[in-house]
Design a protein around this ligand. Sequence first.
Ligand SMILES: Nc1ncnc2c1ncn2[C@@H]1O[C@H](COP(=O)(O)OP(=O)(O)O)[C@@H](O)[C@H]1O
Ligand SMILES: [Mg+2]
Length: 268
Amino acid sequence: MSGALLEITGLSAYYGSAHVLQGVDFSMGVEPVSLICRNGMGKSTLCNSIMGLVGHTTGSVRFDGHELRGAPAYRVADAGIGYVPQGRRLFRSLSTDEHLRMLRKPPAGSRWTIDSVYELFPRLTERKRISATQLSGGEQQMLAIGRALLSNPRLLIMDEPSEGLAPTIVETMVATCKLLVQEGMAVLLIEQNLGVATAVAERQLVMVAGRIHTETTAGALLGDPDLQRRFLGVEPLAESGGAASGGSTDGGSTGAPAGPAGAPASAE
Ligand SMILES: Nc1ncnc2c1ncn2[C@@H]1O[C@H](COP(=O)(O)OP(=O)(O)O)[C@@H](O)[C@H]1O
Ligand SMILES: [Mg+2]
């Protein structure tokens, strides 16, 4: 045991006969890590496998020294992993406030309480009473992050949080991630948006066909158009001057403050 916070070894995941994750290996401490890959390569399957939401997995997911692979999602959450799923996964029948109040009340003295979530995202305070599905994309993402924070996790896993958000909102989201990192939260950011991935973390894991193909750094990835083109399927930031326009909208494609790149995001 390496003493890593999260240690994933030989993690495979299957949907019927489809072998989607094919032996994922990586570990992380409290430093932020971005995992970037093309669409359909298994990003969400990896998140769901860690969170106990995929029925058939093999290998090992150790968190803080405890084996979690195969454990139900509530145990994974209890162990200290918060999850912001792709597409936010909010309930139409619940208001913003009800999303936060339906969770177990954090113990006294916790960093994250309903009040501190509203302090982090004052915009949500103004939108307390409306159905969460009537929030804008950015507000929905704030709520999904706030909901995950209320379990006071040690590790926050975020699956494509920039998806479908306008560039200015993506900037706010990146700033929130950086704030959480500064506070000591371990963040595993799953992205296909290179600008976002490299803005949040120095460590970059490139996943190809259900495996970690390469580990590199933000600077090296941004300076390697060949790697970007071959494995991420993006128009390289290095060749586009690092400030390409993503043309994102609140219902559209990817965008990033540090120069978006990437294939259009799929809507969930
Ligand atoms: N619930 C599911 N049942 C069957 N196949 C699935 C399911 N979820 C995802 N897949 C398939 O697994 C592969 C990886 O999907 P996913 O993990 O969602 O990729 P990504 O998040 O990188 O876009 C895709 O081929 C997708 O069609
Ligand atoms: Mg996905």
